[in-house]
Write a protein that binds this ligand. Structure first.
Ligand SMILES: Nc1ncnc2c1ncn2[C@@H]1O[C@H](COP(=O)(O)OP(=O)(O)OP(=O)(O)O)[C@@H](O)[C@H]1O
Ligand SMILES: [Mg+2]
Length: 353
């Protein structure tokens, strides 16, 4: 099966004349791509997904599947498989019947249904559990039934809304790999909604970070993490120090008497300086492309695999995280220490407030 392209063109939604829940999103999902919609609660992820699937009417914009406008089509004519957070399995039907349901609605023959259900049960590794009811399954198994039910109709597009959020942390990590393996094997164009940045970074080919119904940034996990386009993205994806400073002429950043160089020069004026805690090292700068400042150690916390330090520098508090090694001691509280971090890891965004 050749891959399918999904295009959102100015897609927008307002509920009952309220504020825009989705505010004119335009993006393209490439054939076989796993695109993540990532953002905080209420930013419009589910609304976007439901509009793509035809479950929520659009207020404006178009949805194109391989160039065909499907915006006005009912869900069952869109050829999309949907997995919800709640799974929405039929409790009185066994696993096989749950999965067969969509095929029966489409009028498939008994033989065809039996073959397709068996194949998809194999795909999600549930071959032995076909006769169980949903309540006799673990969370991860129920999740796989929901995925099988979405995939059995051989949809052109797979829509996943927080499919892992009901699972405990360990199972969630296992299912991450399982879902991406299946998605890649089938080469199915997929939109994956999550508010979990780790999940998005680990699973998606590209991520659209959403803020107030808009796409704040669209890019690969690497681009989003290393080159965030705004303070919001830098803060939402991964963790960062946020330090009030000033950008001067030439784009250098002044904090007290210290001057730092940045990856991307910021316009002159107040800025938020952002540096990820684990990218800050203790000690003098190892090379020319590093920024440095000295500060007083205010707090040291041993967290097993890492050492978390709070270092006060020019009135600002820097959070620093170092991996622990046997035999290395933390600088004592109250002593002065040097901090160093790369120019490339120095981000500054204009402060609006
Ligand atoms: N049926 C509805 N009627 C009115 N407003 C709604 C409805 N569904 C969602 N909203 C509003 O639209 C906005 C976006 O909601 P949406 O469910 O798309 O967010 P989300 O990003 O999926 O959030 P979460 O991470 O909490 O699931 C929110 O302000 C929400 O209150
Ligand atoms: Mg949601």
């Amino acid at each position: 099966m050749a891959g399918t392209t999904l295009v959102l063109d100015g897609l927008a939604k307002r509920y009952n004349d309220g504020p825009a829940a989705v505010d004119h999103i335009t993006l393209e999902v490439a054939p076989g791509e796993l695109l993540g919609l990532l953002g905080p609660s209420g930013c419009g992820k589910t609304t976007t997904l439901r509009m793509i699937g035809g479950l929520t009417p659009t207020s404006a914009g178009r949805i194109l599947v391989d160039g065909h406008d499907v915006t006005a089509l009912p869900p069952h004519k869109r050829d999309m498989g949907i997995v919800f957070q709640s799974y929405a399995l039929f409790p009185h039907m066994d696993v096989a019947a749950n999965i067969a349901f969509g095929l029966e609605m489409r009028g498939c023959s008994r033989k065809e249904i039996a073959e397709k259900v068996a194949a998809v049960l194999e795909l999600v590794r549930l071959g032995d559990l076909a006769r169980r009811r949903p309540k006799e399954l673990s969370g991860g198994q129920q999740q796989r039934v929901a995925l099988a039910r979405a995939l059995v109709i051989a949809p052109r597009i797979l829509l996943l809304d927080e499919p892992l959020s009901n699972l405990d942390a360990k199972l969630r990590e296992e299912m991450r790999a399982e879902i991406t393996d299946i998605q890649r094997r089938l080469g199915i164009t997929t939109v994956f909604v999550t508010h979990d940045q780790g999940e998005a970074l680990a699973m998606c080919d590209r991520i659209a970070v959403m803020e107030h119904g808009r796409v704040a940034q669209l890019g690969t996990p690497h681009a989003i993490y290393e080159h965030p386009a705004s303070e919001f993205v830098a803060d939402f994806v991964g963790r960062s120090n946020r330090i009030a400073a000033r950008a001067g002429a030439g784009g250098t950043i002044a904090l007290g008497d210290h001057v730092f160089r940045t990856a991307v020069p910021a316009p002159a004026g107040p800025v938020t300086l952002m540096i990820r805690p684990h990218r800050i090292e203790l000690g003098p700068p190892p090379g020319p492309d590093w920024n440095t400042c000295s500060g007083v150690v205010r707090r040291v916390t041993y967290v097993g695999d890492l050492l978390a330090l709070e270092v006060e520098c020019a009135g600002a508090s820097f959070h620093v995280e170092r991996p622990t090694q046997p035999g290395t001691a933390a600088p004592p509280v109250g002593t002065t220490t040097s901090l160093a971090w790369r120019t490339a890891d120095t981000l500054a965004f204009p402060r609006t407030a």
